[in-house]
Design a protein around this ligand. Structure first.
Ligand code: SF4
Ligand code: SF4
Ligand code: FES
Length: 542
């Protein structure tokens, strides 16, 4: 790769690459507003001005250049810090603030606003504007976002988003000069399903998410990387939380999965993470027909005693699993059935799914499978309900284990649950299964535990705990691990670590998971196809 120099530091670039893009890739900061790697270059904000002291041919550029639109050239020398650049930035900042209201104290973007940051770093704090600022009213522009036009700095990212990313072309810039403003066409609210991304890419507080408005200051939020559970795409997200409450979900860049985006429906799954009314909060056991609160130990002992009395054979043990469950949980459930009961009857609700076909990548994100791990269930060899007869298996079941809340719309299965001798429900939320259960092991929700999913393209991704769970609940992988050891001569002394369970899974299933260490999964995951290719290459070179 050829190099050019930014402040005397060599920066490699690809042919045709712009100065700003190469600088950002090299980790060098040049202030900017209108540039976004997913959008076309318009060079309208002028914030990215740099001084090209040598164009690569020994001659300087005659004036400051916008680095987002200027090609990097071999041996070019660029200064981003000299007096000329600093003076240019000061003038741009003053211009951008001519009409911008100084309402940071009541603006939701405060604390994560690029205009605020650049104004602090590059502005003078003075304005020569002697006239009143131009004032517009609030606009309700969509189901998910709201527009405060006074704060707009006309970077046009939002306009380009609906033209180039969603292809819906429903938002645009109107008028010229001092009157330039933004709005939807024909006074209609936007209908695209990705409006939250417009709030993400708006560098100021002009477009904000309705769900988040005035709920928390941005600097209060703690951020944990995670994966969206709204559908089988598994968009990479950040869970943003404060005081044990999730306030919002934001997309996390992963070029192999969701690029920079997520859908509005996925953003709303934060509500399930805060849901309290339907939570299974304490271990419960059925005593004389009534579900009563018991201790964890009492529950394990009662289940063990009941199983001792029942002595079910392999055919008499059935497990149903929700495809919201993680790979580790499915793996442990399958092991529990195989090793303790010699049964392979673990069923999951198999469904065909589709995704829209579109020339716009973002439109292909949302799938009709509203669970994050159906591919995981298939890979682990669990039985899909379309290919296996769950009802006939349930008819001879003495022990029924239900992990999560699968098949809740299938009345015949719910009816059959009442005919089993022992029904164990492991879940974080109540459902129709809860009423039928003899033993309820309360689990943790997605924001409280660790785990990994396999998305629709078999991209394997992990997530981390964000919220602090109640001390009365346990992660499902821990419950299953404890159940697995319940019948052995060596009961668990210490609760296992998630990393141990993960390691167990990847070493036992090394053909599927290539014995991968947990740390290798990283924040952006790994494609199983790539993993298999790496294992094949290693095997060939060994
Ligand atoms: S609303 Fe935001 S994204 Fe759109 S032009 Fe204004 S500042 Fe840019
Ligand atoms: S496309 Fe699917 S995975 Fe992505 S944010 Fe939407 S619901 Fe979540
Ligand atoms: S980022 Fe270059 S002009 Fe806006």
């Amino acid at each position: 790769m050829e190099v050019f120099y930014i402040d005397d530091q060599p920066v490699p670039f690809e042919k045709g690459e712009k100065i700003l893009s190469a600088a950002l890739r090299a980790g060098l900061g040049i202030p900017h507003f209108c540039y976004h790697p997913a959008l076309s270059v318009v060079a309208t904000c002028r914030m990215c001005l740099v001084d090209v002291t040598d164009l690569g041919n020994g001659r300087p550029a005659p004036k400051l250049m916008t680095s987002c639109s200027t090609d990097a050239m071999p041996n070019m020398r660029v200064s981003t810090q000299n007096n000329k650049v600093q003076e240019g930035r000061e003038l741009v900042m003053e211009y951008l603030l001519v009409n911008h209201p100084l309402d940071c104290p009541i603006c939701d973007q405060s604390g994560e606003c690029t205009l605020q940051d650049h104004s602090y770093a590059h502005g003078t704090g003075h304005s020569e504007m002697e006239y009143n600022k131009r004032v517009y009213g609030w606009r309700d522009i969509g189901t998910f976002v709201q527009l405060e036009r006074n704060r707009c700095i006309h970077c046009s990212r939002c306009d380009r988003f609906t033209r180039e990313i969603t292809g819906t072309d429903e938002f645009g810039m109107f008028n010229r000069g001092h009157e330039l403003t933004l709005d939807t066409f024909s006074d209609r609210a936007m209908t695209n399903h990705f409006q939250g991304n417009m709030a993400d890419i708006c560098p100021v507080g002009a477009i904000t998410e309705k769900e988040f408005r005035f709920k928390r200051r941005a600097w209060k939020l703690r951020k944990v990387p995670s994966v969206c559970t709204g559908c089988s795409t598994g968009c990479n997200i950040t869970i943003e939380h404060d005081r044990n409450e999730v306030l919002r979900l934001k997309p996390r860049e992963n070029q192999d999965v969701n690029q920079w985006w997520m859908c509005d429906e996925g953003r709303l799954t934060y509500q399930q993470m805060n849901e309290r009314e339907q939570r299974l909060a304490k271990p419960m056991g059925r005593v004389k027909g009534k579900l009563l609160q018991v201790t964890w130990q009492q529950l394990y002992d009662a289940v063990a005693d009941r199983l001792e009395a029942l002595k079910p054979n392999g055919e008499q043990v059935v497990a149903l699993v929700d495809t919201h469950s993680t790979l580790e949980e499915m793996f442990l459930l399958r092991r529990l059935l195989q090793e303790v009961f010699s049964s392979d009857q673990v069923f999951y609700p198999q469904q065909d799914w589709t995704q829209p076909e579109s020339e716009f990548f973002i439109e292909t994100l949302i799938t009709t499978d509203k669970t994050p791990n159906q591919a995981g269930a298939r890979l682990l060899g669990l039985k899909g309900s379309q290919e296996h007869d769950v009802i006939s298996a349930m008819k001879s079941a003495k022990l029924l284990l239900v992990l999560g809340n699968p098949f809740i719309n299938e009345q015949p299965l719910l009816d059959l649950a009442g005919t089993t001798e022992l029904m164990v429900h492991i879940a974080s939320r109540q459902s129709e299964w809860t009423d039928q259960a003899d033993a309820i092991f309360p689990g943790q929700n997605h924001a409280e535990k660790e785990g990994s999913f396999l998305n629709k393209q078999e991209h394997w991704q992990r997530f981390w705990p964000a919220l602090r769970p109640s001390r009365h609940v346990r992660p499902e992988w821990q419950i299953l691990s404890e159940l697995l050891h319940m019948g052995t001569a060596t009961p668990v002394q210490q609760p296992p670590q998630f990393s141990q369970i993960f390691q167990q899974m990847t070493s036992i299933e090394h053909k599927l998971f290539g014995n991968l260490a947990l740390e290798k999964l990283g924040e952006s995951g790994i494609s199983l196809a790539d993993l298999r290719q790496q294992s094949d290459t290693l095997a060939q070179t060994a």
